[in-house]
Each structure stands twice: as structure tokens, then as C-alpha cells.
Write a protein that binds this ligand. Sequence first.
Ligand SMILES: *Cc1c(COP(=O)(O)O)cnc(C)c1O
Length: 235
Amino acid sequence: MAETVSPDRMTNPLDVAANLAAVRVRIEKAAADCGRDPADVYLVAVSKTHDADRIRLALEAGHLLFGENRVQEAQGKWPMLKQAFPAAKLHLIGHLQTNKAKEAVALFDVIETLDRPKLAKALAREMDKSGIQRACYVQVNTGEEPQKGGIAPGDADDFIAACRGEFGLPVEGLMCIPPFDEEPAPHFALLKKIADRNGLGVLSMGMSADFEIGVQFGATHVRVGTAIFGQRGQT
Ligand SMILES: *Cc1c(COP(=O)(O)O)cnc(C)c1O
């Protein structure tokens, strides 16, 4: 069973291209196992903490979809990389401060961490000002962890409605990060339920340790770092 294999044992720190291919095979298998089309599952390669040379290995292998969790770090790497690989797309998957909304709208193609009215307002204003529309996913704090970002599940419907209505944001989907020490499946199921009742087709859920389970529960985007780039802080 793939779930019992630790992601780093599958990962060759020297060969990003091979790791990417291996993760794709695992996504294909997970999709096939539940009767889904693997083409409906996008692989967001999470390149946080890895330097531009390492990210380039993935780009040169033909991978074009990436995630970063910090605006400032991404600003140091991605303008250059996007210039070299204009088709590359970048998702913001970490907490966004309202005072970084302008930079985020300029650099990221998708903001996955929309989670509070103040941020919705700031993003709407920046998209208006710049004339650049960026797809947003609402982050839901499915485990209701106080230290974690995301709107509480009970507030999600109202917040999604406000983002679309009052703020006019292009909300395309939902994202969650289940509690580290819990089974992810109930969290993924909850996110899918909230998405379905709000007519949202995009679900960003699943990381190196549990992306197959994400696929099983309907993920359209899995966010995988370690299984592609190796352990952070070791390369
Ligand atoms: C770092 C990160 C990931 C990737 O985690 P891995 O376990 O390295 O695959 C996914 N999503 C978010 C929000 C992250 O911050």
C-alpha cells in the first residue's frame, strides 16, 4: 500500500525529475483505483525553501505548476524563473498578510489561502487597482485548530458568499490542511461536502504523506513538496 511507504524513502534527493515522475505515477494509480480521470488531478509542486536552481530541475523536466508559502521568499526566486519559463504558474499556499496583498496579486496566479473578510477586501481592492484577476481558493480550517489559518467550517458558506458577492472575488475552490496528527480522510470529506453545496469544483487537498487519500476524496489539486524535492533543509 502506497500510504504505508514514507515519502522520503521514495524520494531521491538528487533526481527531481525522477521524483516528479514517480509522484505522477502514484497519482495515476490513485485516480484509477477510484475511477477518476488522472487528468483531473493537478500536481502542485511545493518548492518552498528550495532554491531557484533546484526548482529549475523541475521546470526543465516540463513541470509548470508550483506552490510557495511565503510572498517574500517567492519574490526572491520566481520573477526570474517566470521570465525563463513563461508558462509556469504559481500558487500561494501560505498565510497572506493584508499588507502583502499587492505583491501577492502581482506574482501569484492563484491565491489558495483566502480565509478572512479583511483579506478578501484587500485582495479585491488590489485586483481592481491592478486590473489583474487572480483565482482564489477559500482555505477552510477543517480541524478548527486555533493556530492555523482558514475559515471555520461553520462560517464557510457565509464567507464564500461574501467573497463572491460583496467582494466580487473569483472564488474557484477550497483548500485545507488537516491537523498533522489526525487521519486526513474526514477532513477531505468535509472539504468536499462544503465545496459541493457551494457549487465549487476545485479542491486543493493532500500533501506528500496523504495525496493518494486526497485523490480518493476528490482532490483536483494535490500539493506535494517533500516527495518531489526531498526533505526541506537538506539540499
Ligand atoms: C509545505 C506545504 C505542503 C507540502 O508539504 P509536503 O509534506 O512537503 O509535501 C503542502 N501544503 C502546504 C500548505 C504547505 O505549506
